[in-house]
Design a protein around this ligand. Structure first.
Ligand code: ADP
Ligand code: MG
Length: 140
């Protein structure tokens, strides 16, 4: 076990339905600590750059449009095994396949508007955190 940090994003479908607090409660109940958080509107350039790994997937342009369609809440989560723990509490990408207790099973609208993003590895987490936050903005 080791203390890790991961990047989480509460996506526009969830901010639109005023679900930030409910999602944060599930993250905190899972043992994750929100050590940085800000509500922002992504620019198309930011959304394209953030999801550049998916640039050849058929859903890339729709995903970028969705991510700029409303505010998002970007946050740094800290805790033991935070990367895997957050992926567990998020649930599967497709909410129809997500375990019932997960954020996506409870709140996601569909496979695209699936309420949350979470880094998928410790290495990607470091890069994604740097994408949005300076070290001074992270307050454990
Ligand atoms: P995850 O967010 O679970 O890590 P991916 O990294 O594979 O999933 O995909 C990034 C995001 O792209 C998903 O969270 C979702 O918003 C969107 N997405 C993934 N697969 C599809 C799909 N088949 N159709 C539309 N959007 C998708
Ligand atoms: Mg992913």
């Amino acid at each position: 076990m080791s203390k890790e940090r991961t990047l989480s994003i509460i996506k526009p479908d969830a901010t639109r339905r005023n679900l930030t607090g409910k999602i944060n409660a599930l993250l905190e109940e899972a043992g994750l600590r929100i050590v940085a958080q800000k509500r922002i509107r992504l620019t198309p350039e930011q959304a394209k750059a953030f999801y550049i790994v998916h640039k050849d997937r058929p859903f890339y342009h729709e995903l970028v449009s969705f991510m700029v369609s409303g505010p998002v809440v970007v946050q740094v989560l800290e805790g033991e095994n935070a990367v895997a723990k957050n992926r567990d509490v998020m649930g599967a990408t497709d909410p129809a396949k997500a375990e019932p207790h997960t954020i996506r099973a409870q709140f996601a609208e569909n496979i695209e508007a699936n309420s949350v993003h979470g880094s998928d590895s410790l290495e990607n987490a470091a890069g994604e955190i740097r994408f949005f936050f300076s070290e001074a903005e992270i307050v454990p």
